[in-house]
Design a protein around this ligand. Structure first.
Ligand code: M6R
Length: 612
């Protein structure tokens, strides 16, 4: 949550910070601010989006080649000018930006209050900068040492950057639990929550590790120390990210671009891993754990939100193909309910961002009990893959729309490959069936491409239901998690109440909701429990509900009774989610747009949830 960016070098800092904040806006967008140093230390901040800050900056003094910027997702204190970052210290000599949560901020705040400190905001961040200045003055130490001492007193997560009026040639940055990347240019440095604000200036980056403090000085080499004051050698890596991946590429919204990228992102996630011709699956990232996975008595999948829905599909895939019991857990519940974890368990953590606090904590908890931790993640170099024993990246490319779309299908692709790899190792599938599955998986990108052609029909359906106040989504088997995902997509971007249910459960309660006002989206693809789903549709129609059905091309039975049918190409039941979710993503996109909602930045949300 929250995006931070900073610059020190010879260039004007303002355009770099502003562009950086725009790129990081997906991380939070309730207020934004910057601090820039010339002969004075200037601080500007504003409630609202980065564009509001930009408008506010007109006519202001923002010259200078060192500065910090922040875009916020509120945790402590409502969105307001006062709670926006950066925050000044008491004497206004120091200024800080922070992503994360200082958990013991309340005790620290009370202590500082007793010593006469007055607070201008309700944030935990202001407590931290006062504490740092207090230590600097009391202990007569330099800024690095004051930061180091303060961070030893702090409980919680942080990525911080501090700028001091007394040293305009230096930035001090530190990290624990929240991400921080340092771009190393020619006599200049760029600091940010992810590489997106950095990539157009340099490809050389250093990912700061937990418990490290960076001393970033003008025209000097980068220095890194730990909060225990040990020297560390910066480990430089080369970015693979391309600038065009961060742009809308002619689409009106990132979400629409990302929906349309799915044939490519699924293909990229399979590339080099699936060789249908040779009848082989090889996920290089988990090679050393292949036997462990094949011998696992149980797999536990942990994730949140959309990633959790992908995990449910994973459960079906592993159980069917690799004949291993699977439990799928909400990371936030798992970590607090004293679960039984065995050393023979393999835990698979799924996360697009690689930063989700609940998922990270749950995997660390499972690791402390001796389980093997694998990660499926999209953001290269993020915390979750770096904390796991091994894993596989989904090569979906940057996902900027807050609603997850291409990451869902890429995660399922990796889960399918993993399940097939274990099946291959254990010999749980007949060779001919295994080969058919590989051939079919390889054909999925094409089928997604065909499905995307229904866009205009879906737009037409969206027009008819855009004013509905409730939606029900139903599916069975592999399509049940798709129903959950369709409902989540609709509610998070259009603010329409929607529920996903296993189709057969409808008669146990939700059927009471059905009347002529209730649109019911039913995923009724051939194979699996098709006939039973058709009966559910009959039950909805008997109560005058409106049925929007996702059906297999050529379907006649559902077409005869549903109000609308969106056809998708036929595929194996196990891979149906990769195709059947596409119309649901498009439906939510068009409804949200027609309702005037901000599709890419829905209210109250942020792309990565780095708080509990
Ligand atoms: O980055 P992660 O996959 O760990 O994020 C998990 C959820 O926060 C995320 O899927 C969220 O539910 C999305 N906004 C859904 O579209």
């Amino acid at each position: 949550m929250c995006g931070i960016v900073a610059y020190i070098g010879d260039k004007p800092a303002y355009p770099i910070l502003m562009k950086g904040l725009q790129r990081l806006e997906y991380r939070g967008y309730d207020s934004a601010g910057i601090a820039i140093m010339n002969d004075k230390l200037h601080l500007y901040k504003k409630k609202g989006k980065v564009a509001d800050l930009e408008a506010f900056m007109e006519g202001k003094d923002y010259q200078g080649n060192i500065g910090i910027g922040h875009t916020r997702w509120a945790t402590h204190g409502e969105p307001s000018d006062a709670n926006a970052h950066p925050h000044f210290s008491k004497t206004k000599s120091l200024v800080i930006i922070h992503n994360g949560i200082i958990e013991n901020y309340s005790a620290l705040r009370e202590e500082l209050k007793k010593r006469g400190y007055k607070f201008k905001s309700e944030t935990d961040t202001e407590v931290l900068i006062h504490l740092i200045e207090d230590i600097q003055v009391k202990e007569k130490v330099d800024l690095f040492e004051a930061v180091r001492i303060a961070l030893n007193e702090v409980i919680g997560a942080y990525a911080i950057v501090i700028l001091s009026k007394d040293n305009p040639d230096q930035l001090i940055a530190a990290k624990k639990g929240s991400p921080l990347v340092i771009g190393v240019g020619n006599d200049e440095y760029f600091l940010a929550s992810d590489a997106s604000p950095i990539v157009e200036y340099t490809r050389n980056v250093v990912y700061l590790e937990d418990g490290e403090i960076a001393i970033v000085s003008r025209k000097e080499d980068l220095k890194i120390k730990t909060i225990k004051n040990k020297d560390k050698t910066p480990y430089m890596q080369e970015l693979e990210l391309k600038l065009e991946m961060l742009e809308k590429g002619g689409y009106d919204h990132f979400m629409l671009k990302e929906i349309h990228e799915q044939p490519r992102s699924i293909r990229d996630s399979m590339r080099g891993r699936l060789n249908a011709k040779k009848g082989l699956v090889t996920l290089g990232g988990i090679k050393d754990y292949e036997t462990k996975l094949a011998k696992a008595q149980r797999i536990i999948i942990i994730a949140c939100g959309t990633s959790w829905h992908a995990g449910l599909v994973g459960e079906y895939l592993f159980e069917e193909m690799a004949r291993v019991p699977v439990e799928v857990e909400y990371a936030s519940e798992f970590r607090y309910r004293n679960p039984v974890i065995l050393e023979s368990d393999v835990v698979i953590a799924i996360s697009q961002s690689g930063e989700t606090a609940d998922t990270l904590a749950a995997m660390q908890f499972a690791e402390s009990k001796g389980a093997t931790i694998l990660a499926i993640c999209n953001v290269v170099g993020s915390t979750i893959p770096r904390t796991s024993h091994a894993g596989s990246y989904t090569h979906a490319g940057p996902e900027i729309g807050v609603a997850s779309t291409k990451s869902f299908t890429a995660q399922i692709t990796i889960l399918a490959l993993m399940a097939l790899q274990v099946a291959q190792e254990k010999g749980t599938l007949p060779r001919s069936k295994f080969q058919q599955l590989l051939n079919e998986l390889e054909s999925i990108p094409e089928k997604v491409e065909t499905t995307l052609k229904s866009n205009d029909q879906i737009k037409y359906i969206a027009e008819e239901y855009k004013n509905a106040t409730n939606f029900l989504y139903l599916g069975r088997g592999y399509n049940f998690p798709v129903a959950l995902e369709g409902a989540l997509k609709l509610k998070e971007i259009s603010y329409i109440h929607a529920e996903g249910y296993p189709a057969a459960e409808m008669k146990h309660g939700p059927i009471a909701l059905i009347d002529e006002e209730m649109p019911v989206v039913v995923i009724a693809t051939k194979k699996g429990s098709y006939e039973k789903v058709v009966s559910t549709i009959q039950e909805v129609k008997a109560r005058k509900g409106k049925v929007i059905a996702i059906v297999t091309k050529g379907d006649k039975e559902v077409k005869a009774i549903a109000d609308h049918c969106i056809e998708i190409p036929e595929t194996f039941e196990a891979f149906a989610p990769l195709v059947s979710v596409i119309p649901l993503q498009l439906l939510s996109y068009h409804i949200a747009l027609m309702r005037g909602c901000n599709v890419d930045q829905p209210r109250n949300l942020a792309k990565s949830v780095t708080v509990e």
